[in-house]
Write a protein that binds this ligand. Structure first.
Ligand code: SF4
Length: 234
């Protein structure tokens, strides 16, 4: 069985800063966040041609000197049982591996950390726990989210938790609840909502975003809970 790879970005200087990486996009997701910028991977992945795993490995091997690492994103990468086998092939090239996840499959996260094949995990925190179903638009396994947080927080690898903040969903008091959920963690990223590009529910393109001033205010609120809080405005 090979991994269902649906996209490959040969050079990515933003996803795994300060490293030069390639990004691999995997199919499907168990959440339906209306503001998702990869709706094809979530809703219509069956219609997208799969890129053979060997083709990707071959490209990476031929240009390995270009790269410091590889980013694996989606969709939701942890839904793919084949993922550990694929990542091991990447690690054989001595490349760093960053994975994005929604935290719904703590078993896979734990396995990858234990097997020492992932160097950085970026986990989305969609909202305070009681608002998860509203944001993900599915019945979310909250215990799984909590377990993923604990596994990542207590691991030795580098990591960040990240929330895309949208006035429609996230209020000031939610920042405190998110801080309480994650307190003692290394890094938190406040991701600006990008309402200028297509998403899973395009009616969200009409939704307001917070001003930078407001994001700075959130940063102050969240500061005491983390070693580092960053705002990502891209
Ligand atoms: S934003 Fe992430 S978690 Fe949400 S639907 Fe898209 S891929 Fe899934």
């Amino acid at each position: 069985m090979t991994l269902d790879i649906k996209g490959f970005q040969k050079i990515d200087l933003l996803n795994y800063e300060p490293y030069a990486s390639a990004t691999i996009f995997l199919s499907k997701c168990n959440f339906h966040c209306p503001f998702c910028h990869n709706p094809e991977l979530v809703l219509r992945h069956d219609k997208i041609k799969t890129i053979p795993e060997l083709e990707i490995i071959d490209i990476l091997k031929k240009r390995v000197e270009w790269y410091d690492g590889i980013c694996i994103t989606g969709g939701e990468p942890t839904l793919h049982d084949e993922l550990p086998f694929f990542i091991k092939k990447i690690k054989e090239m001595n490349l760093l591996v960053k994975m994005d996840t929604n935290g719904s499959n703590y078993g896979m996260i734990e396995q990858l950390i234990k097997e020492k094949v992932v160097d950085y995990i970026s986990m989305d925190i969609k909202a305070p726990l009681e608002k998860y179903d509203k944001v993900t638009q599915v019945k979310t396994d909250i215990d799984a989210i909590k377990k993923s947080v604990e596994i990542i927080k207590n691991s030795v690898i580098d990591y960040a938790f990240r929330t895309t903040v949208i006035p429609f969903y996230h209020k000031e008091e939610d920042m405190i609840k998110i801080g309480e959920l994650l307190k003692g963690s290394k890094r938190f990223i406040i991701q600006q909502f990008r309402n200028n590009r297509p998403m899973l529910n395009n009616s969200f393109m009409k939704k307001e975003k917070y001003t930078l001033e407001q994001l700075e205010k959130f940063k102050k609120i969240l500061g005491p809970y983390f070693d580092e809080v960053l705002i990502k405005n891209t």
